[in-house]
Unconditional design. Structure first.
Length: 230
């Protein structure tokens, strides 16, 4: 097939508007996938949140949309995809859900091409790639409610609560007590907080104030990385 024939076919497709329906379906999957991922991020209450999983929810929605569009050409497309994913799942060591959804996206595009849905495969490839770049480069799915986890031990026989509250308010925008427990035979009480500081210098200042004002021991601040929360 020559380039002129391809260009002529592309002009007929654009003029005929047959691209509108599949593109609308893909854009709808993108929007609704984001809503679902945003809901997941807002309602997650564990200690090991993964930004990559939020991205996976969006990309899975787009991949499923590509598959259903392809199945309009042939119901065998769905069965073929399940067979491909089964072989990949049990023969490949995939480390993260995002790895798996890229494999799923690739398989969906291959199925679309196999059943002759070239236009849908073209639009699906573009949307999938652009959304992946948008999710990677943008802030979507990131949680910055806390900077990290603060752990320290205070003497059990002193009432340090008023001073501790004052120091926390002075250096932290937000704080959340995860747990307290007796250690060192009951002579010390360990506190574990999630904290969000006003400024970076507050990290060092708070640790120093805990040691100086309250005699805190084992003061440690574990900062979160870019993709997980404590």
């Amino acid at each position: 097939m020559s380039l002129d024939v391809l260009l002529a076919h592309g002009e007929r497709v654009v003029a005929g508007g047959s691209w509108v329906a599949p593109l609308s379906a893909l854009m709808g999957a993108f929007v609704f996938g984001q809503v679902l991922a945003w809901t997941y991020e807002r309602t997650y209450s564990g200690l090991s949140y993964s930004r990559g999983f939020s991205h996976t929810l969006v990309l899975v929605c787009i991949s499923a949309s590509i598959l259903v569009i392809s199945m309009q050409y042939s119901l065998l497309a769905g069965l073929g995809l399940f067979g491909v994913l089964s072989m990949i799942r049990f023969r490949t060591d995939l480390k993260t859900p995002r790895d798996l959804v890229f494999v799923m996206g690739s398989a969906c595009l291959g199925v679309a091409c196999g059943v002759g849905a070239i236009l849908e495969a073209f639009l699906g490839t573009g949307v999938f790639a652009l959304v992946s770049l948008y999710l990677y480069l943008g802030p979507f799915g990131s949680r910055t409610r806390f900077d990290g986890v603060l752990r320290f031990q205070l003497p059990s026989d002193t009432d340090a609560e008023p001073m501790l509250t004052s120091l926390m308010r002075l250096h932290c925008r937000r704080r959340y007590l995860l747990s307290t427990s007796d250690v060192a035979g009951g002579t010390q009480r360990e506190h574990i907080y999630q904290v969000k500081f006003f400024d970076e210098h507050d990290r060092h200042d708070l640790l120093e104030a805990l040691r100086r004002e309250l005699g805190a021991l084992e003061t440690r601040l574990m900062l979160q990385d870019a993709t997980s929360e404590y």
